[in-house]
Design a protein around this ligand. Structure first.
Ligand SMILES: [Zn+2]
Length: 495
């Protein structure tokens, strides 16, 4: 990581040369765009922190970059240089739909490229979610890496003709990191279905055992690839995420670890999150839209079979330091592990079949970011309350507002209570309802706490009396939202 090299990109792209397309019908999309003026009440602050990138963005936009016919991405494996060329060529060909940035470098110095695909690639869209896919965290699990390149290709080439893709990109920023472990990939071999060659980074670390852990102390030395992800997801608030793996055919959801993983794979017990209903739902969306995953057929006779093609991570086998638990517990991002191929590195001629099986799943899964509740936390003057701490009552993994006061939480239909706690304000509880047809828009106005304001004023300038919300503090361990049933906000439903 090179934090000193961070630079905020100040370019906002607003002009889209998009051919005329028939309007998206809400019933088709299971989504109705909000017309609530509150969504547009804040100054967008053009370029202010929407996307972060590194100095090498200028490299990414090199006009001399090789430009193949990206309308026909081959079903072959792309090494790091070929992948880099493809990503650059795609940004050159689709400048209004894509932006390329690097979140850092691997241990051997390869860029960890992320391509954003969105109608607003360079800037966060106020009130609209950011989502991500990460591929190839295990270097020898190569199918996901190619699937993500094909997903990019499909999204950019379908925007002008497919109303669903247009709706998705108009309302979502999709960040795609095809390879988190390019060094491991370089050490892997096509046609090798099993084994660990290339699984680890170049220093021999398993990156999916390298994150801080909610249940156990993780003493593994943090690797540059891991640090890059931690830095990335602390800067962009992702609502939903999928990490693509190979070696099995199943969606595995948090928790991966458990408080009592003594007997490991012999006596694996489920380790369920308070959002288990949501994680099961998200996993089923992927499995049910997949060509064969939901059948739950075992990869080999000696391998486990998974009912409906999904499993709790710890119930399969517990692990410490996994990425999905970290995303969920530290950042409130719903991440699942997508095991997309029984063979970790199958021959290239099978890639088309994998794309056919996963295409619909990959798209429908991302659209789930638009399910549940979203809104803004504001003060009485309408200014956003940043880093307000939020919880859904009964679900003790919290989440926070962005610098614009935005929040999102994926929830299934039902009645819920949002607990809001922000320093210097009176805590507040808000009841709301989720329906199947569209997300619930919920804006909450907090009243300043007089005592807290006076206390704050007595502090030295710049002094903070709040516990810092550092990335090393799991949200679950932070100050709980305090119930105060007297303050109920009205419900705002989109229409
Ligand atoms: Zn893996």
């Amino acid at each position: 990581m090179q934090p000193a090299g961070l630079a905020v990109l100040l370019v906002a792209v607003w002009c889209h040369a998009v051919p005329a397309i028939a309007d998206v019908q809400p019933e088709q999309r299971n989504f109705e765009p909000s017309t609530d003026p509150a969504l547009f009440a804040f100054d967008r602050g053009a370029g202010d922190g929407g996307l972060y990138t590194f100095d090498n963005l200028s490299v990414a936009q090199d006009p001399r970059a090789y430009r193949p016919d990206v309308g026909a991405l081959d079903f072959v494996y792309h090494n790091h240089e070929e992948m880099t060329r493809y990503l650059r060529a795609t940004t050159a060909r689709y400048p209004n739909l894509t932006a390329l940035y690097s979140i850092g470098k691997s241990a051997q110095g390869r860029d960890l490229w992320v391509l954003v695909v969105s109608a607003s690639p360079y800037e966060h869209m106020l009130g609209k979610p950011d989502v991500k896919y990460i591929g190839n965290i295990h270097g020898n699990e190569a199918v996901g890496r190619e699937l993500l390149l094909h997903l990019i290709q499909y999204l950019v080439s379908s925007y002008g003709s497919d109303p669903y893709i247009k709706w998705l990109l108009d309302n979502t920023r999709i960040h795609i990191l095809p390879s988190l472990n390019p060094d491991g990939y370089a050490a892997s071999k096509e046609g090798t279905c099993d084994g660990g060659q290339g699984r680890y980074n170049s220093r021999g670390f398993d990156l999916n055992r390298n994150f801080p852990d909610y249940f156990k102390q993780n003493n593994k030395r943090s690797q540059p690839e891991t640090e890059a992800v931690k830095d990335w997801i602390s800067k962009i608030q992702f609502v939903l995420s999928g990490s693509l793996h190979g070696g099995a055919l199943v969606v595995s959801y948090p928790y991966d670890n458990t408080p009592n993983a003594i007997f490991h794979s012999y006596l694996s017990q489920p380790s369920l999150t308070p959002d288990d209903d949501v994680f099961k739902h998200l996993s089923l969306i992927y499995a049910n839209n997949h060509g064969k995953m939901s059948r739950g057929v075992a990869c080999k006779t000696a391998s486990p079979s998974f009912e409906n093609g999904i499993t709790n991570g710890a119930a399969w086998y517990p692990l410490t330091g996994g990425m999905q638990d970290f995303n969920y517990v530290w950042h409130g991002c719903m991440e699942v592990t997508l095991e997309v191929s029984c063979c970790k590195f199958p021959p290239a001629y099978e890639l088309r079949k994998y794309w056919d099986d996963n295409q619909m799943s990959m798209i429908k899964f991302l659209a789930e970011a638009h399910r549940g509740v979203q809104g803004f936390i504001m003060d009485p003057t309408g200014n956003p309350v940043e880093r307000a701490q939020l919880k859904i009552k009964g679900r003790d993994i919290g989440f926070t507002t962005t610098k614009y006061g935005e929040f999102w939480r994926i929830l299934l239909p039902g009645v819920y209570k949002l607990e809001v706690y922000a320093d210097g304000f009176v805590p507040k509880d808000v009841d709301f309802m989720i329906v199947e047809q569209h997300p619930t828009l919920l804006n909450v106005t907090l009243q300043p706490a007089k005592e807290a304001a006076e206390y704050s004023a007595s502090q030295l300038p710049g002094a903070s009396y709040d516990r810092p919300l550092t990335p090393t503090t799991p949200i679950a361990n932070r100050e709980p939202a305090r119930p105060n049933a007297a303050n109920q906000d009205r419900l705002i439903f989109t229409s």
